[in-house]
Design a protein around this ligand. Structure first.
Ligand code: FAD
Length: 290
């Protein structure tokens, strides 16, 4: 099923993001996680990919596993370190696996690997559109601006180019201050971008996430989060409780404000997804009228 169809029928879409295991790892852990996540009945589960040149490693395999559990997969595809022929092979593999939805990404540049064919995600969207496959195409956006862009206005100008190339919905980078999302939504609507935008929420529940996420995403850390981290950094159970409560609070506020959906970065941690889903499922049922 196309994810764009789900947006047509639901006021608030709910999804999870997982990442594939290493090439040599067996599938026990990820299969268990997908089984537990699928019981939470998300609208879809997205599967990340590596941005390395040889591409998208186990994304198709894990996306197929998601599909076999009765949940629609959204397979990530990157391009900046790949040639057209690599991307074409990935699209063929996804199509043969029965995948109907892809998230088209540039990926992060790897030194010495710049693709001769792709510089930005809008070029990947155009390539997929003319590839002969009929994928629904989603893309990424950044409520605080992409780290490489000079300012939010120029980033949104580039986002519009990507959307106009044929994107049907957007997933945001994680953020911790909902005001950034609300301001971003006002700006993109003014810029003429009117497709659904799902808010990306990352529950900060583990010490190693806190360190990695803060350094990698470049997300602004509100004082409330700083206090939470400094108070509970070395107290795993309390950090887990506090992180789940913070993410729940963010989601309730976003859905109250009419966000088109929530995309939960669950980092393959089904327990966290279970706890957050339990907190918010009544709200989603109410908003979606079921
Ligand atoms: P683009 O849309 O190409 O934008 C990148 C930068 O270039 C921005 O600053 C933009 O303003 C600028 N720009 C865009 N188009 C143009 C243009 N035509 N001319 C000039 N400037 C332009 N990475 C992975 O490796 N694997 C994943 O699975 C993955 N999943 C992600 C999922 C989500 C929801 C998000 C938000 C990010 C994900 N990323 C992933 C990270 C992503 O690959 C990086 O953030 C990357 O740096 C940008 O990718 P993009 O598709 O947003 O790029």
């Amino acid at each position: 099923m196309y994810i764009s169809e789900i947006f047509k029928h639901k006021k608030a879409v709910y999804s999870f993001e997982i990442f594939p295991p290493k090439p040599t790892a067996d599938l026990t852990g990820i299969t268990d996680a997908i089984e537990r996540l699928s019981r939470l009945s998300p609208d879809y589960i997205s599967v990340t990919c590596s941005a390395g040149g040889s591409g998208n490693s186990r994304t198709a395999e894990i996306s197929k596993l998601v599909k076999n559990h009765g949940i629609e997969p959204l397979a990530h595809v990157t391009c900046v370190n790949s040639e057209k022929k690599d991307v074409a092979r990935t699209l063929q593999e996804l199509s043969l696996s029965g995948i109907e939805n892809v998230l088209a990404l540039r990926g992060d540049r790897v030194e010495g690997m710049q693709s001769p064919d792709f510089s930005y995600a809008n070029e990947l969207v155009e390539f997929i559109k003319t590839s002969g496959y009929t994928f629904d195409i989603a893309a990424a956006c950044y409520p605080e601006g992409h780290p490489e862009s000079a300012d939010l206005v120029s980033d949104i100008r580039n986002l519009k180019r990507k959307v106009d190339a044929g994107v049907t919905h957007l997933n945001t980078q994680l953020f911790f201050d909902n005001e950034d999302f609300f301001r971003f939504m006002d700006m993109i609507r003014l810029a003429g971008i009117d497709i659904p935008v799902q808010a990306g929420i990352m529950p900060l529940v583990k010490k190693n996430h806190v360190d990695r996420i803060i350094s990698l995403s470049g997300a602004k850390i509100p004082a409330k989060i700083s206090r939470m981290i400094s108070r509970f950094y070395d107290k795993p159970e309390s950090l887990m409780e506090a992180g789940i409560a913070y993410a729940t609070d963010q989601i309730v506020d976003l859905i109250s404000a009419g966000a088109a959906g929530i995309h939960l970065y669950v980092m393959n941690n089904a327990s966290v997804a279970e706890r957050i889903t339990e907190n918010i499922s009544g709200i989603f049922k109410d908003v979606n009228g079921n």
